[in-house]
Design a protein around this ligand. Structure first.
Ligand SMILES: NC(=O)c1ccc[n+]([C@@H]2O[C@H](COP(=O)([O-])OP(=O)(O)OC[C@H]3O[C@@H](n4cnc5c(N)ncnc54)[C@H](OP(=O)(O)O)[C@@H]3O)[C@@H](O)[C@H]2O)c1
Length: 273
């Protein structure tokens, strides 16, 4: 049985990944900052990425760490850097000291790719994002890659499903960020985040950055409609860059990943949006 520490287990992604890790037979620990309900069998370890001393008990004895914890749904840039870069540094230092043989699987984001892409972005494309969230993720990726630990980095697209409210939030995000209704995002269902994490825990993605995508990118207009929020207006204005937001998912497939939910429409038909 593999003992896994999950960070970010109270988040949109982590709360849906944790029961799947348990169901897969892993002995799971969750790093939590507050009292929270966790699936049966999960050990809660109180800790905070901002408090290095709290991380020793969380990592001691683990075989793997799945690091999802991050901050990005805020405009507080200092807090974003603190959570995503300093927090990751503290976690990696704790792993290096107390569980140096552990495999570390870290979630990053497709937002790291430059908006000037000329095709779907690939893992070895240049990444020099200006915004704090993706820039802090690129910096955290570098820390992990240079840590000397066994690592893999999963660049997640827009993740949706299982009533997480993320698709519905597009209706509010689109006007706020000036998203064109035809802007097309790579997406993935929570089930497929779990699928790629399982693959990563088996060691297949060790030493690699791997994009996650389903089989069919989807427009902002469709996301808003499927999410059930207010509709987003159409527009005949030309799209600035049709490739921005698009990730190439070939590497994951070469490594054996197969999306269980191939498209957002398949998710809708299965009632798992
Ligand atoms: N959701 C997506 O579509 C998406 C897309 C691309 C990449 N990702 C990546 O996937 C990961 C999870 O995203 P999410 O949507 O689930 O995020 P989320 O809903 O905002 O959850 C963030 C999680 O991180 C925890 N956290 C934040 N700061 C912490 C700290 N200092 N110490 C310990 N825990 C801390 C939060 O705990 P509290 O509950 O205590 O605040 C929460 O569990 C992130 O790394 C993100 O970059 C997500």
């Amino acid at each position: 049985m593999t003992t896994i520490l999950l960070t970010g287990s109270t988040g949109l992604v982590g709360s849906r990944l944790l029961p799947r890790l348990v169901a897969a037979g892993h002995d799971c620990r969750a790093l939590v900052r507050r009292d929270t309900e966790l699936p049966d069998g999960v050990t809660a370890v109180r800790g905070d990425l901002d408090e290095p001393a709290s991380l020793r008990a969380a990592v001691e004895g683990v075989d793997a760490v799945v690091h999802l914890a991050a901050l990005f749904r805020t405009t507080d840039e200092a807090a974003i850097w603190q959570a995503n870069l300093d927090g990751t540094r503290h976690l990696l230092e704790a792993v290096s000291t107390h569980a140096p043989g552990a495999r570390v699987v870290m979630a990053s984001t497709g937002n790291v790719y430059d908006a000037t892409a000329i095709r779907p972005s690939r893992e070895d494309d240049a990444c020099s994002p200006g915004a704090a969230y993706p820039a802090s993720k690129v910096a955290a990726e570098t820390l992990l890659r240079e840590s000397g630990l066994t690592w893999s980095i999963l660049r997640l697209p827009f993740v949706y499903g299982e009533g997480d409210g993320h698709l519905a939030s597009i209706s509010a995000l689109a006007p706020r960020f000036g998203l064109h209704p035809a802007h097309t995002y790579s997406v993935a269902h929570h089930r497929d985040v779990a699928g790629l994490v399982h693959l990563a825990l088996s060691g297949v993605t060790d030493g690699r950055i791997v994009n996650l995508t389903d089989d069919a990118p989807v427009t902002v207009w469709e996301m808003a409609r499927l999410g059930g929020g207010d509709p987003v207006d159409g527009s005949a204005a030309p799209l600035e860059n049709p490739w921005s937001g698009r990730m190439d998912g070939s590497l994951a497939r070469e490594l054996g990943f197969r999306p269980e939910v191939p498209t957002i429409h398949a998710a809708a038909a299965a009632g798992i949006l």
